[in-house]
Design a protein around this ligand. Structure first.
Ligand SMILES: *Cc1c(COP(=O)(O)O)cnc(C)c1O
Length: 379
């Protein structure tokens, strides 16, 4: 068998193309020895704010911290209910429980995999204080509807934008904005494999609200505004200078990177859409899809056998996510909250989804090879 060395995400290939720029930036930080709060951090925050068209970007240590800091900045209290989708990465929900709030898990839509709007509205009670929509796999949740519901019930919205940085949202009023800039606060992660990834851990929050921005900066910095004067309990969560320097360079390529992902997805679609056992990713009308993951649904066939079949040809694939949150042991106490005891869509996705290799360096020969092997499974 020829060795193609196919990877889910090719970070090395991506680095090789911008190696000299990245290496220079890293060395400049080391030479300056300003490892914490060096000038590159402010520079990157400004660069990203400009790119997103948002007033404030505040870096932090990772995307999970960004979510936690967002909930703290909104002044939410233990016992408050926070609505999240049931089908997401654990971080979205973990921070809610960690702060003593009650995660109210809501089923997702079977075509977009994002939070089900009707079930979301049904889950609202007088104790609901926030909604955390997740822009899953690179495509936005229906923010027009979410903002309508949130405004009606006076609820905060924190967009978990870890998987959709750079995605466009087409608001019902005709304007186009970047994902993560619509709610009260947007959060993201710069985990290496994300659409904008650094070379370690990193994250950020975005907001257009000056007061929230000040709260966020203070919380991320031990609850202080004036040095050694602590107004509130905070955390230590910083984006380090080397990561910021790397991110400023990679941000220049983000549109190009996302376009490469979209092209790879379109290629997959063209080969796989006619297979009756596969459902290619749906594109919603309110957002573009920047394919953090290319995720198919397998119909009337054994998804796990398909994974083994692909592996036998050296093709990696992943299941995001194999266990819905309501089934996770850690979330047992929240399983049947507000009568939300059944999650048919989330359960069925966990058993039927498969994500194929997706990154910025996919070439046509590799895509063809992968598609041929996927299709040969069903012959
Ligand atoms: C990656 C991710 C996070 C967490 O980001 P980290 O930087 O790994 O902490 C949160 N939410 C979603 C949806 C993610 O995909």
């Amino acid at each position: 068998m020829e060795n193609r060395n196919i990877q889910m995400c090719d970070l090395k290939g991506q680095y090789n193309k911008i190696k000299s720029e990245i290496d220079t930036a890293i060395h400049q930080v080391i030479d300056s020895a300003a490892f914490i709060k060096g000038k590159e951090v402010n520079q990157f925050q400004d660069d990203l704010a400009k790119y997103l068209g948002v007033k404030h970007v505040i870096g932090c240590a990772n995307g999970t911290d960004a979510l936690q800091i967002a909930l703290m900045a909104l002044g939410l209290k233990p016992g408050d209910e926070v609505i999240t989708p049931d089908f997401t990465f654990i971080a979205t929900v973990e921070v809610v429980a960690l702060l003593g709030m009650i995660p109210v898990l809501v089923d997702v839509d079977p075509t977009s995999f994002t939070i089900d709007i009707k079930k979301l509205e049904e889950a609202i009670t007088p104790k609901t204080k926030a909604i955390i929509p997740v822009h899953l796999f690179g495509q936005c949740a229906n923010m027009d509807e979410i903002m309508r519901i949130a405004n009606k019930h006076n609820i905060f919205v924190v967009e978990d934008n870890a998987q959709a940085l750079g995605s466009n949202y087409y608001l019902a009023n005709g304007t186009t904005v970047k994902a993560g800039t619509i709610g009260d606060i947007g959060t993201t992660s710069f985990f290496p494999s994300k659409n904008l990834g650094c070379y370690g851990d990193g994250g950020a929050l975005f907001t257009n609200n000056d007061d929230l921005a000040n709260e966020i900066r203070s919380i991320a910095n031990h609850g202080m505004k004036v040095r050694y004067h602590h107004d509130r309990i905070g955390v230590n969560s910083r984006l380090d200078t080397i990561q910021a320097a790397i991110l400023s360079i990679k941000l220049k390529y983000l549109e190009q990177y996302n376009t490469a992902r979209i092209s790879a997805a379109d290629f997959y679609d063209s080969k796989l859409k006619s297979c009756s056992h596969l459902v290619v990713p749906n594109r919603v009308k309110w957002s573009n899809h920047i394919f953090h993951q290319y995720t198919l649904r397998v119909i009337d066939a054994n998804r796990d056998d398909l994974i083994k079949h692909l592996a036998s040809f050296g093709i990696p694939s992943m299941v995001y996510y194999p266990v819905p949150l309501h089934i996770q042991k850690a979330f047992e106490p929240y399983r049947t909250f507000n009568g939300n005891s059944s999650y048919p869509v989330s359960d069925s996705l966990a058993n039927s989804v498969i994500s194929l290799p997706m990154h910025t360096e996919m070439d046509e020969a590799t895509l063809n090879f992968i598609c041929d092997k996927v299709l040969s499974f069903f012959k």
